[in-house]
Design a protein around this ligand. Structure first.
Ligand code: HEC
Length: 165
């Protein structure tokens, strides 16, 4: 009889111990997961100071990769109005939207990359701001592509109709 009682109490204690261990294990896993959550790659810093730092001149280095990214983003966001060549002959303009000035006008040619970044961020006149759609680094990439178009000159750039979209 005593032996049976001892076995029962042993089993009860063992069961209790196991439960405690499991609870501890679950609790510690939760703590570890919270503490070590990695920052996903490509995370964009948020907040006013991070934005200001990303937009401060001179911006990222003007590499071939940055220019390629700029051309790609420019085609996505800017050609509807400005056209592939920057002449201001995009398809939206041909449907009645007010035409922007040509990038090849002397006044626009004189804009520095940071001024173009500012136009993308804040908009200008009838042009909407693009700060909610174009990341700060991409604004620099686009600005350098615009400078590249201007450096190539109007004679060397295709008209909207003859270029691939
Ligand atoms: C919906 C049409 C439209 C789109 C899209 C557009 N723009 Fe414009 N943009 C304009 C118009 C219109 C103006 C002339 C604004 C004014 O002076 O009223 C302009 C002006 C400009 C100027 C000249 C500013 C100056 O000082 O005269 C720059 C540079 C420019 N845009 C860059 C861009 C870039 C870069 C993009 C793409 C991120 C872009 N725009 C997208 C319509 C557009």
């Amino acid at each position: 009889m005593r032996v049976a009682a001892a076995i029962v109490s042993f089993l009860l204690l063992a069961a209790c111990d196991t439960g405690t261990e499991q609870r501890d294990a679950v609790a510690s896993t939760r703590t570890v997961q919270r503490g070590y959550e990695p920052v996903p790659p490509g995370t964009v810093p948020r907040g006013a100071s991070a934005q200001a730092a990303a937009l401060a001149p001179p911006g990222p280095e003007r590499t071939p990769a940055l220019l390629a990214r700029g051309e790609e983003r420019f085609r996505a966001f800017c050609t509807p109005c400005h056209g592939v060549s920057g002449r201001g002959d995009g398809p939206v303009v041909s449907r009645g939207f007010a035409p922007p000035p040509s990038y090849h006008d002397e006044r626009v040619r004189a804009l520095a990359p940071e001024q173009i970044v500012q136009v993308i961020t804040q908009g200008k006149g009838r042009m909407f701001p693009y700060d909610d759609r174009v990341l700060p680094e991409d604004r620099w990439a686009i600005a350098h592509h615009v400078k590249e178009l201007q450096a190539r000159g109007v004679a060397d750039t295709p008209r909207q109709g003859s270029a691939t979209p």
